[in-house]
Write a protein that binds this ligand. Structure first.
Ligand SMILES: Cc1ncc(COP(=O)(O)O)c(C=O)c1O
Length: 350
């Protein structure tokens, strides 16, 4: 007797990046985490959390956070929904707007979770490949219930302009999801599109930009009609009490957040130039990672040369991604060490 649904039995499941014991002292550049600790205000709140309150359920609506995010970006709380990481938000979107059996689309390479969530839901997956040069997107796919676009793209790091996204939003018949997991590191974002395009939902996370991958918090901003439907689908208490308190503390410290973002962007731009000068091919990135490619040889060999030298990156055994690795931007000192390693291994790629 087979107990699992056919669509589950026949799929692979999402494979997260390797998460080593922190004491192993890797330069950990494989999950796009922020190299800086969260705001000191988060630490203060963490130390003063009332343990007795843990017996109580959290606010099911994350009301205070929605007010805070609304004030930061100029939206009403009714246009915002919070989730247990943006993974949760993507899942809620899929379940709210895609009837099982109907189509969900995206360009590839992209964040692999879109495909996995669609398959779990029993949706049809429609995808089109994108390749270099990345400034022109391929033709739009029609008749989709949901189209996911990671912008900036992951795992490559390029970004489409907001003008182009507007054109896409106007042509797409279903819900157009712009996943802005990395938008804080980019020159532009698409928040304004939600004001005039009733089908656009922007998805954000505090995992990368606020150094809070461990607390699990993401949110979506969009037209109130879309957001209110999503509220019916989310788990009732999907953002826990500790997360709500810690994220609030981080959002209140905008100065700390902006300083970290600036440093990461500066390090990314400096590192990209230096790596290119060594002879690596670099696609300009708008995110907190880059996708360097050695001149010759395969990405897997590059990954394997870095790994024993304690530099942990992400290799994707996928069409269009086999000639490089995805590498998160760490601190300036970490990236200087990585550059030395990349210079040392160069002879292997001549
Ligand atoms: C494009 C993209 N979207 C969403 C996520 C998920 O982020 P979160 O930690 O908020 O679940 C990631 C994580 O790597 C990502 O790369």
């Amino acid at each position: 007797m087979k107990y699992a649904r056919n669509c589950i039995a026949s799929m692979k499941g999402y494979v997260p990046g390797f998460q080593p014991d922190p004491r192993e002292n890797y330069i950990k550049l494989n999950s796009n985490e922020n190299p800086f600790p969260p705001s000191p205000r988060v630490k203060e709140v963490l130390q003063n959390l009332c343990y007795e309150d843990l017996r109580l359920y959290p606010d099911p609506d994350s009301w205070e956070l929605r007010q805070k995010l609304g004030a930061l970006y100029g939206f009403s709380p009714g246009q915002i929904i919070c989730g247990n990481g943006s993974d949760d938000i993507l899942n809620i979107i899929l379940r709210t707007f895609t009837p099982p059996g109907e189509a969900v689309g995206f360009y590839e390479p992209t964040f692999p979770l879109y495909r996995v969530l669609a398959l779990i839901h029993g949706a049809k997956v429609v995808s089109l490949p994108v390749a270099e040069p990345y400034d022109q997107p391929p033709p739009l796919l029609e008749d989709l219930r949901v189209f996911f676009l990671a912008n900036p793209n992951s795992p490559v790091g390029f970004a489409y302009s907001t003008d182009l996204l507007l054109q896409m939003a106007q042509k797409i018949k279903g819900v157009f999801v712009v996943d802005e997991a990395y938008a804080e590191f980019a020159g532009e974002n698409a928040l304004e599109l939600t004001r005039n395009c009733p089908n656009v939902i922007i998805v954000r996370t505090v995992s990368k930009s606020y150094s809070l991958a461990g607390v699990r918090f993401g949110y979506a901003i969009g037209n109130e009609k879309l957001i209110s439907e999503m509220f019916k689908v989310k788990d009732p208490f999907n953002v826990n009490r500790m997360t709500q308190a810690l994220v609030m503390a981080a959002l209140e410290d905008q100065g700390y957040f902006q300083k970290n973002i600036r440093q990461i962007i500066e390090t990314r731009d400096w590192f990209s130039k230096e790596a290119a000068a060594l002879g690596y091919r670099i696609i300009p990135s708008q995110a907190n990672f880059i996708f360097p490619k050695p001149q010759k040889g395969r990405g897997v060999k590059f990954y394997e040369a870095l790994f024993p030298r304690k530099v942990l990156t992400r290799f994707y055994d996928e069409e269009g991604l086999r000639d490089g690795v995805r590498m998160t931007i760490g601190t300036r000192q970490e990236m200087a060490e990585v550059l030395c390693v990349m210079e040392e291994i160069l002879p292997e790629f001549r």
